[in-house]
Design a binder for this molecule. Structure first.
Ligand SMILES: [Zn+2]
Length: 104
């Protein structure tokens, strides 16, 4: 079980409603929606690029990969009408509110 296991995944919708996001796949290794697990995988991988990559080039690689990751994440959220991901404590997940970033 990875470190996202046994968490509740909740989100705020455009309507303001808070909903629980259920598991949407048959993977054995994680709870919650597959796209959130996948995003977490790439977030950690990108941090490894930043921390272990070639000096001077690593930040550029990190920025390129993070832009791609966040673009995918924003698209996944938009397609579900999600404006904010919430963790167990109801605090904002580490993602920008789509309305704040004016990506629409
Ligand atoms: Zn999965």
């Amino acid at each position: 079980m990875n470190d996202l296991g046994h968490q509740k995944f909740r989100a705020e919708l455009i309507s303001g409603e808070i909903v629980e996001l259920s598991k949407d796949c048959a993977c054995a290794g994680h709870d919650g929606p597959c796209w959130i697990n996948s995003d977490e995988f790439y977030r950690k991988r990108n941090l490894e690029i930043l921390e272990r990559g070639v000096p001077y080039l690593a930040p550029m690689g990190f920025a390129i990969e993070e832009a791609a990751r966040l673009g995918r994440k924003a698209a996944e959220m938009r397609s579900r009408g999600i404006v904010r991901l919430l963790n167990d404590q109801g605090e904002a997940h580490a993602v920008q509110n789509c309305r704040e970033t004016k990506c629409e």
